[in-house]
Design a protein around this ligand. Structure first.
Ligand code: MRU
Length: 317
């Protein structure tokens, strides 16, 4: 698996990011020498995935502190870079009392450790021979190392539980076809990329045993925002009586947001879809809690009613 510091790291004068827009064709790094440059890189998705942008933002605050930048301003611009993933705000809140490099590195290491723990819990939901379907990229790239949903799939493969993974290409930016497939290939996990619209017929043919995704923000009642298209998969999975599991760290829980209707959904530049015609580009959608068979965090497997099961879970950093 990718070393955490290859995905995102703090150097003396920069936050260094592996440019996820250019993978898998090229492995190129981007150096962000100010919080402003980092916020721009987060917005442009050089680094993406909820926990990874939180980690990057923590490093951005540490860099700003070392450079004597205005920390309130650094916090403001980083916080505004992407609105849906609550990990960004969580990491910035964490850095307020201690903006040191050591603290940012601890946040990074803790996120990777959370992934290892949640992956072990989530793998336990699979039975031998499972064909799983995943959407977007919830791997090491998205988390700063190891991965949430992809970490669970790799762990399940190592335990002999997984037959193969269907990888949704994930329109419009192809995080599945470019990033998840690349990570599964590196881990030698059998995988097949499919068009997002192929999921229904594969489910109808009995070729999908479960759907496993990450999350960008989980409201108090379990409603979950994740990459656009997750909700469609959840409806399909429900129709075909297939469980959908969400695997995410407690840093993705947002107890202050009552339900999915209150989650801010990022609308991105329509040019990511087409520059020729009118387009609309919501980057996330919300899957209602009643379509989620389990939410797995580093603390274990949580079942409905989530208002109760998630209330018992605390962010452990
Ligand atoms: O727009 P992205 O690529 O940042 O969206 C990422 C996702 O939706 C992931 O599934 C989510 O952040 C979970 S990552 C562990």
């Amino acid at each position: 698996m990718l070393e955490p510091e290859r995905i995102v790291r703090l150097e003396q004068d920069a936050v260094v990011l592996l440019d996820q827009r250019r993978l898998p064709l090229e492995e190129v790094e981007v150096r962000c020498e100010s919080a402003g440059a980092l916020a721009d890189a987060i917005e442009r998705m050089v680094v993406r995935g909820a926990p990874a942008i939180g980690v990057a933002a923590a490093y951005g605050i540490a860099l700003a502190a070392a450079q004597g930048e205005d920390l309130a301003e650094a916090d403001r611009i980083l916080r505004a870079a992407r609105p849906t993933a609550v990990n960004l705000a969580w990491a910035l809140d964490e850095m307020r009392d201690d903006p040191s490099a050591e603290h940012a590195r601890r946040i990074h290491a803790d996120e990777v450790e959370r992934c290892r723990r949640m992956a072990a819990h989530a793998a336990g939901l699979l039975t031998p021979g499972t064909c799983a379907l995943t959407h977007c990229n919830a791997g090491g790239l998205a988390t700063g190392g190891f991965g949430s949903a992809v970490g669970a799939l790799v762990t399940a493969w190592e335990r002999g539980l997984l037959a193969q993974v269907w990888v949704d290409e994930t329109r419009p930016l192809l995080q599945g076809a470019r990033l998840t497939a690349w990570e599964l290939e590196a881990a030698a996990v059998p995988h097949t990329v499919i068009a997002d619209s192929a999921a229904a017929s594969l489910m109808a043919a009995g070729e999908v045993d479960c759907v496993i995704t990450g999350a960008d923000r989980i409201a108090a009642n379990g409603d979950t925002a994740n990459k656009i298209g997750t909700y469609s998969l959840a409806v399909l999975a429900h129709h075909h009586a297939i469980p959908l599991y969400v695997v995410a760290p407690t840093t993705t829980l947002d107890p202050s947001t009552k339900d999915g209707a209150a989650i801010p959904i990022e609308e991105r530049d329509p040019a990511e879809i087409t520059t020729r015609f009118a387009a609309r580009n919501p980057a996330f959608d919300v899957t209602p809690a009643n379509l989620i068979a389990a939410i797995v965090t580093e603390d274990g497997v949580h079942r409905t009613p989530y208002t109760r099961s998630l209330a018992a879970v605390r962010v452990t950093a």
